[in-house]
Design a protein around this ligand. Structure first.
Ligand code: PSU
Ligand code: MN
Length: 303
């Protein structure tokens, strides 16, 4: 068994030379979007990172190897193969030990990125405290990872499939700076508005880079969460998406879905109910996050 990280030459060279690199997750490919949009989006997101002057490093476990940077065939495999594990942090050693394929969640991608020396990571939305968590204890490992691993995560906030208020409270407890990017409102993934204020606000990639530098220079370990609202022309307003999310949550209860299957079930259900409109929004926000993340990685490399 070999637990070493496997980096592509492109990523390895960039890291050695101190050039900007942006990590990208793979659960969104295998469990977050349908085929073929998942693979196409993964490719386009990598192109956007490059166009903004950084090197993309999509992260996954293939044949039990933690891989930092993937080729187009790898992306296709992650988007089409049926038995790709969803790897939260607890599942990582299992996939490595048994030689399995696995798509990494935000938590696991953060950890592997940090091990590789990558400080900036773009995703769609992070996990958080699920609604009803006081009974189910369903709180994403993304939050505990943000508490301990030194990576800045660029996301479009969190979906209201979660309890946004409790998620923000938990992030405060865990000491994670939450930065509204050009926004005083904390965004809600499909929507620019959540009804919750962003705890802190920044207005440039340089400001994010300085917060990262200050946090780690102070010896504070853990991540920084950048909440980047979906572009206005792509958003689904809260009053439209809220009842759809309620319906998806009711369907989930009825079908008895819980645990690691909750987020993939809800995303798929929302795509069905909206006739694909939520997928279009999801793709737009991921691309926007990739562009902003690349700008942050460039600024951070220059600090
Ligand atoms: N949010 C999305 N799409 C996704 C996810 C979140 O819009 O695919 C994925 C991310 O990989 C995130 C994971 O880390 O779901 C959270 O899963 P859980 O709630 O089981 O921790
Ligand atoms: Mn969970």
């Amino acid at each position: 068994m070999n637990t070493d990280l496997v980096l592509t030459a492109e990523v390895q060279d960039a890291l050695r030379e101190g050039r900007p690199v942006v990590a990208l997750e793979s659960t969104i490919i295998s469990h977050g979007m349908p085929y073929p949009q998942n693979v196409q989006t993964a490719r386009e997101v990598e192109d956007i990172v490059r166009a903004h002057g950084a090197v993309p490093a999509t992260i996954a476990v293939l044949h039990g190897q933690p891989r930092i940077g993937l080729n187009p065939d790898d992306l296709e495999l992650l988007g089409t193969e049926k038995d790709i594990l969803k790897l939260s942090l607890r599942d990582l050693p299992y996939a490595v030990a048994l030689g399995r394929h696995g798509a990494t969640t935000v938590a696991t991608t953060m950890r592997l990125a940090a091990l590789a020396g990558i400080a900036v990571f773009a995703t769609g939305g992070t996990g958080g405290v699920h609604r009803g968590a006081s009974a189910t204890f369903d709180v994403s490992a993304d939050l505990t990872e943000l508490a301990q691993t030194n990576v800045a995560v660029i996301s479009a906030g969190v979906k209201s499939i979660l309890d946004i208020g409790l998620t923000l409270e938990k992030l405060e407890t865990l000491g994670v700076p939450v930065l509204g990017y050009g926004s005083s409102e904390f965004p809600a993934f499909y929507s620019r508005e959540s009804g919750f204020a962003a705890p802190l606000r920044v207005d440039s990639a340089q400001e994010v880079a300085r917060v990262m530098q200050a946090k780690w220079a102070l010896g504070l370990s853990g991540g920084v969460l950048v909440a980047n609202p979906i572009p206005a022309e792509a958003e689904i307003p809260n009053h439209e998406i809220a009842p759809i999310i309620e319906r998806a949550l009711a369907d989930m209860d009825q079908e008895g879905v819980s645990g690691k299957d909750a987020t993939p079930f809800l995303l798929g259900r929302i795509v069905n109910i909206t006739g694909g409109a939520s997928l279009t929004a999801n793709i737009a926000l991921v691309k926007h996050n990739a562009a902003v993340a690349a700008q942050i990685a460039v600024a951070y490399a220059n600090t």
